[in-house]
Write a protein that binds this ligand. Structure first.
Ligand code: AMP
Length: 467
């Protein structure tokens, strides 16, 4: 054994989710999953890493995420960490790219997923679901990875609730997603639901618009930020959503007025649907969203409770992605909410440690603590009892820290257990236990065999063993 070692802290832009915080996470994840199921979406779990090419082709080579924010993967032995050890966690995503830029086993380069959509469409194609199912409605919940500069509401490992409807060009598919979003935020108690909406057209009408934007912006080139000067040549469209350059683009004609007939009809149907469902929305001609795959409808859900990163979530239609991945001409749309941002926007009374503590106490009120004296017999009996109670469907706990009986009883009381079972040598010899109902403060001895029946009212029905 060498000298004691201080392990590195968790990498920048990541966060541990401690047991007292997980309560709020469960609330978001369960609410989202139950609601998604109610809307006919079923869970799909794809790998946390995929071929880099999938994201590059799917989201677009020139997009910010693909160009600058991908975490590439290398197997150990081939990793080449260029930074010093102290800097390693923050040395840049490519610091860990292996020589030659190849991934595991020297085969295709791999990357941690920065979003769900590309992987979901890959799975849809790979399993032939476009042929056997046609329409596939799926949701996913899990971590994603982007090498961004961390700030409030922006991390390098973050989590999303993501829904995708694959194989449909029906504008009601977007409307269903937006209705889901409204219900989710309502169920989480996030006030002031609003949709920012735009249409960015399709492969027919967007290129002409893009050229127009480029031509109009060319004379103002020097006034644009460095990023946008580069974007102007590659994809002038992107300049539209740059906040730094907003004053130079404010007078540009909105894309929604340049749509081809089919896109205009689709957009009108989406707007009519929002009015039908009474969903408040605002057209935002600046909304283009970051990935190349979007077509037609794009939307975002802002919240006044967030900082500069004010989007709780967003999404849109991506009719080219399935055909671009070699599939049939089928449309699709999706949305994603950042779970960290949902938690920031929720009422602290619902997410804070007081809420977690209240939930914990409510559970403990129906739970059993098995206390034992320190002799080997009672200690073994406590293990046996606690296991039996758990297998019968009760939440049960015992001491693993070597506390005295008195200290165990104090701990059980402090934690708010509804019941305490006490085993000592005397009880053990008689085949009995002492049962204390904490709220009533009374204690009785009873045959051990009767314990379960006595506690049965506390057993949730569903958890009782079938007979
Ligand atoms: P996007 O996939 O970029 O359209 O983002 C959808 C949603 O995911 C955003 O509205 C955020 O809520 C969340 N999100 C995206 N990037 C991050 C990040 N780096 N950290 C935290 N949340 C994020």
């Amino acid at each position: 054994m060498g000298a004691s070692w201080t392990p590195p802290r968790a990498p920048r832009g990541t966060a541990d989710i401690l047991p007292e915080q997980v309560h709020a996470w469960h609330r978001v994840e369960r609410t989202a999953a139950e609601l998604a199921e109610r809307y006919g979406y079923r869970e799909l779990r794809t790998p946390a890493f995929e071929a880099l090419e999938l994201f590059a082709r799917g989201m677009g080579e020139g997009t910010e995420v693909v160009e600058k924010e991908m975490f590439l993967l290398a197997p150990s032995g081939r990793a080449r960490v260029e930074a010093g050890p102290g800097e390693a966690p923050d040395a840049g995503p490519r610091a860990q790219a292996p020589a030659g830029g190849h991934g595991a086993g020297g085969a295709e380069p791999l990357a941690l997923r920065p979003e769900f959509t590309a992987g979901v469409v890959r799975a849809y194609r790979q399993h032939g679901l476009d042929k056997t199912r046609g329409l596939l409605k799926v949701y996913s919940i899990g971590p994603l990875f982007r090498y961004e500069r961390p700030q409030k509401g922006r991390q390098r490992q973050f989590h999303q609730v993501n829904l995708e409807a694959l194989g449909t060009g029906d504008p009601r598919a977007e409307l269903e997603l937006i209705a889901f979003a409204q219900d989710l935020l309502g169920a989480l108690g996030i006030p002031d639901f609003a949709v920012r909406l735009n249409s960015i057209g399709c492969a027919q009408c967007r290129p002409g618009y893009r050229e127009r934007v480029r031509a109009l912006l060319q004379p103002r080139r020097e006034r644009l930020c460095a990023n946008c000067r580069a974007r102007l040549d590659r994809n002038a469209f992107r300049v539209l959503d740059c906040k730094l350059c907003a004053e130079h683009t404010a007078d540009l004609p909105p894309m929604a007025e340049q749509l081809c007939a089919a896109c205009a009809e689709h957009f009108a149907a989406v707007r009519a649907g929002l009015e039908l469902l009474d969903v408040p929305y605002r057209i935002d001609a600046r909304l283009v969203r970051g990935f190349d795959y979007y077509t037609r409808t794009v939307f975002e859900f802002p919240s006044g409770r967030l900082g500069a990163q004010d989007a709780l979530g967003g999404g849109g239609r991506y009719d080219r992605l399935i055909p671009d991945m070699g599939g049939p001409e089928l449309g699709a749309c999706g949305l994603a909410f950042g779970i960290e941002r949902l938690l920031l926007a929720m009422d602290p009374a619902a997410t804070g440690s007081a809420a977690a503590e209240a939930a914990e106490r409510a559970r403990r009120a129906a739970a059993v603590y098995v206390a034992a004296t320190p002799e080997p017999g009672p200690r073994a009996a406590a293990l046996e009892l606690v296991t039996e109670l758990r297998r019968a469907g009760l939440e049960a706990e015992f001491d693993l820290a070597g506390k005295s009986l008195k200290a165990q009883l104090r701990a059980a009381d402090k934690a708010g257990f509804g019941w305490v079972v006490i085993v000592g040598p005397e009880e053990l010899a008689r085949g009995e236990v002492a049962l204390r109902q904490m709220a009533a403060g009374h204690q009785q001895r009873l045959p051990r065999a009767e314990l379960l029946a006595r506690l049965a009212p506390a057993v949730p029905l569903a958890a009782r063993p079938a007979r």
